[in-house]
Design a protein. Structure first.
Length: 94
């Protein structure tokens, strides 16, 4: 079977990209927060850097949302001129 992706829904794709970017930023944010706490544990001082580290996933969500939104808008406009992504799917019953 041959299929062609002509249009992508804008808001679900942008939301997915934002959530994906936000989730991917949790690992470096957690690691950075852990290193920060281990280095500053004996001094008992916590600064504004913690809030920056905690806001990192939110910033990545916003960036991913905007990047996904732009990508989908450009893709939907270009499919009118150059065609969509063509898929060929084979079904094998085992």
């Amino acid at each position: 079977m041959k299929y062609e992706i002509k249009k992508i829904a804008i808001w679900p794709a942008a939301r997915f990209a934002g959530i994906f970017f936000g989730l991917m930023s949790l690992v470096p944010a957690a690691f950075t927060l852990m290193v920060y706490f281990l280095n500053n544990f004996r001094y008992h001082e916590f600064s504004v850097k913690i809030f920056g580290i905690l806001l990192l996933p939110l910033g990545f969500f916003a960036a991913g949302f905007i990047i996904g939104l732009i990508f989908v808008l450009v893709y939907n406009e270009l499919t009118d001129y150059i065609g969509g992504i063509k898929l060929e799917i084979d079904y094998h019953e085992d």
